[in-house]
Structures are given as C-alpha cells and as structure tokens.
Design a protein around this ligand. Structure first.
Ligand code: NAD
Length: 372
C-alpha cells in the first residue's frame, strides 16, 4: 500500500504525518510519499522524512499513486479532483458541516474516513483526533488569555502591594475545557466551571475547580458522551447563573459545542455588558458559531472593554506537538485497516472503521451524515 501525505493549505501549520511515524508505517510494509515542504511549518524537514524512509515527491505524483491520502483539512477541489477514484482519504473532514463535499466525494468513488466521527470509546482513545487536538486547544487558550490579559493570573503578596488571583470561568468541561481548567489552576487562577453534563462534576472538582450546578439538564446518557439540546427553561436558568459568574470573571474560556449543530450562545450581549473592563474571553466554539453573541471566527473583537478572541486554529499554533499526536492517531486508526501484507483491508464489522467511514462504493454510508 502507498500512503500519500499532502501539504496543508496556507494558514495551517500542522502536517498529518511526522517522520517518527513514517518509520512505524515502514514496519507495516507501507510505502510513504510526502509532498515537498509538507512538514516544514511544523518543524519537520524533508530530510527528516527521507531519513525515516519516506520519498519526497510532487503532489501530482502522490495523487496519481497513493492508495491512502492523508491531510488534516479537506483539500481544495483542484487537488481532490486529480486523485484516483479508488483513493481513500483520511483526515478531519467535518462531514456533518461539509455534506455537499461528501456527496461529491461519494460520486467520485472515494472511500472517506473522517477521524472526527470515530466513536468516543475507550478502544478508540488512541485514534481520537478530537481529543488530542482539543487538549492542545484548551492548554493554548489559557496561555493566550494570560498573554492578552493586563493583570497577573497567580496571587502575589509583594512589598509594592497585593495582587488577587485571576478568576477564570470555563464553559463546557469536555476535553478542551478540562485541560483549560488544569492549565488555569497551574497558573494560580481560581476556576469555576459550567457543563450541562453533571457527570463531569467529579473531574472538575478533582482539578481543584468549582462546578456550578444548574438543575434540570436534559439526559445526555444516550448521546455517546456528547451534550444534547436543552429545554428553554434550563437555558434560562443557566443563562442567569452564567451571567452572575461572568460578571465576576476576569477570563472566560468557552468550549461548549453540540455535534452537528450551532454552538449554544451562552454569553449574550446582556451578559457581556456586565463583564469587567479588561476581561478576556477565548471562545473555542468560534468555528461552529461561538458561545458569545459577538464572537467572530478567527478574529479578535473588542466589545465595551472585553476582548473576545475567536481563534479556531490553536492546535496549528502548536504545530510540532499537534502533528506528532495527530500522526500517532492516524497510525493507530490505519492499523485497523492494513493487513499483514501491508494492503488495505476494510472490515466494516469494526465499530471504529464503520463510525469513521463516511463514503464508500459511490455512496454516503455514515448514518449520521445521511440523516443530516
Ligand atoms: P465537545 O467539544 O463536543 O463539547 C465541549 C463540552 O461542552 C462538553 O463537555 C459538553 O457537555 C459541553 N456543553 C455543550 N453544550 C453546553 C451548554 N449549553 N452549556 C455548558 N456546557 C455545554 O466535547 P468533547 O471534548 O469532544 O467531549 C465530548 C465527550 O466525549 C465528553 O464526555 C468526553 O469526556 C468524551 N470523550 C470520551 C473519550 C473516550 O472515552 N475515548 C474520548 C474523548 C472524549
């Protein structure tokens, strides 16, 4: 089998495969082709790939030869139209938001594995790109907030006066949110957390943060660990409590998302109006609509003294480690579909292979995508 690694488009520093993982593919009898400079923005040189056993060759050659093509984001139409119709694509393709593209890819005959749709199960953990990348986003969001904030995070008692600790509010305690809690605590902040899933309370408390409970959350136990839409009554109660916490907060890290839907607006303008001058919000839900009323994706907005950062590319800003973890996720996933001779062998009885597969045999095969 031949694996082809494409260079991402401008603005994305990560790469889908790193030299260390090339070596592991070689042990699986897989030949790896890499586009020139594919890893350069993540500090992996062409020489390092060659030393690991990969061949550096043009994008056109890769598209004509590779059985499995790797990218992080969907490539441009100019690129995918050149690929062989038997090609298999692996990446983070957000199929619930990119349904038209998935239909085009099905019509072209591609087999598409979107790693953001694998089940969130214990067995799938080592392939979970959402977790590896969200963990980085949560960490980096706190550092970005600290950098943009004009006061200290930790408490200080100095000869020149005392500094109180920063108050951090985290909305959504999934992977990114919990890492944001841990990072903010390491920097000495006092942290409060909201989530619609009461199941996360213990994890939040074990990190030394306070979990603010809102009664009457919808049962999310059948949603595979994800959040579900809430009732109007719950939303009103929650909005009031969040408004109270936001008014006291110096920093807000918001991460609340619902798969396939627009992110909930947890901080309307009326709440922003109550926030302190100089406070900072980092909205990690910016790409799916944002958790504040004023969030703009990939922009920083100043709203009456509050800085609202809608940066959706934080993993790209830690491209070296983000690529390393992503590549390991890809390796662990592809091991499920590579046989002993190094050939592609798709077993749709496997719930992870089935969950990740979006198109196959000319059709959209993923139930969630079909229904969307
Ligand atoms: P996500 O990015 O989809 O959402 C982030 C968080 O926002 C979630 O905790 C969600 O409950 C919360 N949220 C949604 N709407 C909200 C609202 N209105 N108010 C407050 N909070 C709200 O979540 P994620 O980080 O991708 O994690 C999703 C789930 O999958 C979690 O339960 C996580 O622990 C689980 N998970 C399991 C595994 C595994 O077992 N292999 C791996 C990764 C994640």
């Amino acid at each position: 089998m031949i694996l082809g690694v494409l260079k991402e488009q401008a603005g994305e520093n990560r790469v889908s495969l790193v030299p260390d993982v090339v070596k592991q593919f070689a042990q699986l009898k897989v030949r790896v082709l890499v586009e020139p400079d594919a890893g350069v923005t993540a500090f992996y040189s062409d020489g390092a790939y060659q030393e690991a056993g990969a061949e550096i060759t043009s994008r056109t050659q890769i598209l004509q030869q590779a059985d499995v093509l790797l990218s992080i984001h969907p490539p441009t139409a100019d690129t995918w139209q050149q690929a062989r119709s038997q090609a298999t694509w692996t990446g983070i393709f957000q199929p619930l938001f990119n349904t038209a593209l998935m239909q085009d890819w099905a019509a072209k005959g591609f087999t598409v594995f979107s790693l953001d749709t694998i089940p969130r199960t214990t067995r799938a953990q080592s392939m979970d790109v959402l977790s590896s990348q969200a963990n980085i986003a949560g960490y980096k969001a706190v550092l970005l907030a600290a950098y943009s904030y004009s006061r200290y995070f930790p408490m200080f008692t100095t000869a020149a006066g005392s500094i109180p600790p920063a108050k951090v509010l985290v909305l959504g305690a999934g992977v990114a949110g919990l890492q944001a809690v841990a990072t903010a605590r390491r920097l000495g902040a006092v942290v409060e957390v909201f989530d619609t899933r009461p199941a996360v309370k213990e994890e939040v408390m074990s990190l030394g943060a306070k979990f603010v409970e809102v009664e009457g959350a919808a049962d999310a136990s059948k949603a595979g660990g994800y959040a579900v839409e809430q009732s109007e009554e719950y939303k009103q109660k929650q909005a009031q409590k969040i408004a109270e916490s936001a008014a006291k907060a110096d920093i807000v890290i918001s991460t609340a998302q619902i798969p396939g839907k627009k992110a909930p607006t947890l901080i309307p303008a009326t709440t922003l109006d109550k926030m302190k001058q100089g406070s900072v919000i980092v909205d990690l839900a910016a790409s799916t609509g944002g958790n504040t009323e004023v969030t703009k994706n990939d922009e920083t907005v100043q709203y009456k003294g509050v800085t609202v950062i809608g940066n959706s590319s934080l993993p790209s800003q830690m491209a070296c480690d983000a690529s390393k973890l992503y590549a390991k996720n890809v390796l662990n996933f592809l091991k499920l579909v590579i046989d002993k001779e190094g050939n592609l062998h798709l077993n749709f009885e496997d719930d992870i292979v089935k969950g990740a597969c979006i198109t196959h045999g000319g059709d959209i095969v993923n139930e969630r995508v079909k229904q969307s």
